[in-house]
Structure formats: structure tokens, C-alpha cells
Design a protein around this ligand. Structure first.
Ligand code: NI
Length: 155
């Protein structure tokens, strides 16, 4: 079931929005508005104040010949086994690797872990995407993340 509501905006804003919809490829205004609402709500849920449970997708590129880096990355992942669900590794060529790490935990823990990886020397193009889980029927099922948040990261 959908709920309908009417929004009034000035003509120039409506024109800008319609141009945006065309550029992004939305089929209609409703779909675009739904995405914008979801985006705004998700941003708030992922804020430090609300710190919702979330899944995170962290990806980055690195040179596996940097031996210390590979070793330390593995150590970091093991130290946070409660956050890291799985890692996909792609050998791009003789030197470079791309990894995509699926994370599950509270928004702030996922963010802190991702930042500690992305800030490491040798890590390139690091990026984190987080999706809040509170729309799920059972958002509290954090099977890989049993402890409460707000602690240090010494697991
Ligand atoms: Ni590789």
C-alpha cells in the first residue's frame, strides 16, 4: 500500500528536479522522491547519534608485493572478525589486487574499521558504502556482532 501526499515547490526547483530525474534515468517523480527520502533517512540512521546496525561494503586496491601491507591487512581482518563477514579478492594483474569486504555491525564500528583500512599507506581508492538494517523484520539479529558498541577495537 502506498500513501499519497502532495508537495508544493517553486517552479525553478521543480524544473531542476525534473532535469535531475532525466539525468538519473528515473521513470517518474515518485521513484526519485522515494530514493531521496530513503537516502536522507539512511544518512540519519547511520549518524554517530543513531548508530544503526548496518551492512557495509568496503572496497580498495593495493599492491600485494608490499608484504607488510598484505600481512597487516590480514591481521586487521582477524582482529575484527566480528565485523568482517566475507572478503572477495581479485588479482588484477601481476601486482595489483582489489578486495571487497562485506561488513556487518553498528554504523560507527563499521565506519571506524573501514577508515583504519583506507588510511593505510598503499591502500588506494578506498570506499565504504553502508546500508542501515533497521527496515528489516529483525534488525537486532547481528549474528556476527554480539557485543555492544562503544568499546575499543581490541577483539
Ligand atoms: Ni591478488
Amino acid at each position: 500500500m502506498s500513501e499519497r501526499f502532495t508537495v508544493s515547490v517553486e517552479p525553478s526547483l521543480a524544473q531542476d528536479f525534473d532535469d535531475f530525474i532525466k539525468r538519473k534515468g528515473y521513470s517518474n517523480r515518485s521513484e526519485a522522491v522515494r530514493d531521496l527520502i530513503r537516502g536522507a533517512l539512511a544518512k540519519e540512521r547511520l549518524s554517530p547519534e543513531q548508530d544503526a546496525p548496518c551492512v557495509g561494503v568496503l572496497s580498495y586496491m593495493y599492491d600485494h608485493h608490499e608484504r607488510e601491507l598484505s600481512k597487516r591487512l590480514t591481521q586487521t581482518h582477524h582482529a575484527h572478525y566480528n565485523l568482517t563477514v566475507t572478503t572477495l579478492h581479485m588479482h588484477l594483474d601481476h601486482d595489483m589486487c582489489v578486495e571487497s569486504v562485506l561488513l556487518k555491525g553498528n554504523a560507527s564500528d563499521v565506519q571506524a574499521f573501514a577508515e583504519s583500512v583506507m588510511a593505510r599507506p598503499g591502500i588506494r581508492h578506498g570506499q565504504l558504502h553502508r546500508i542501515p538494517l533497521d527496515h528489516l523484520a529483525d534488525p537486532g539479529d547481528m549474528s556476527t556482532h554480539r557485543h555492544s558498541h562503544g568499546h575499543g577495537h581490541g577483539a
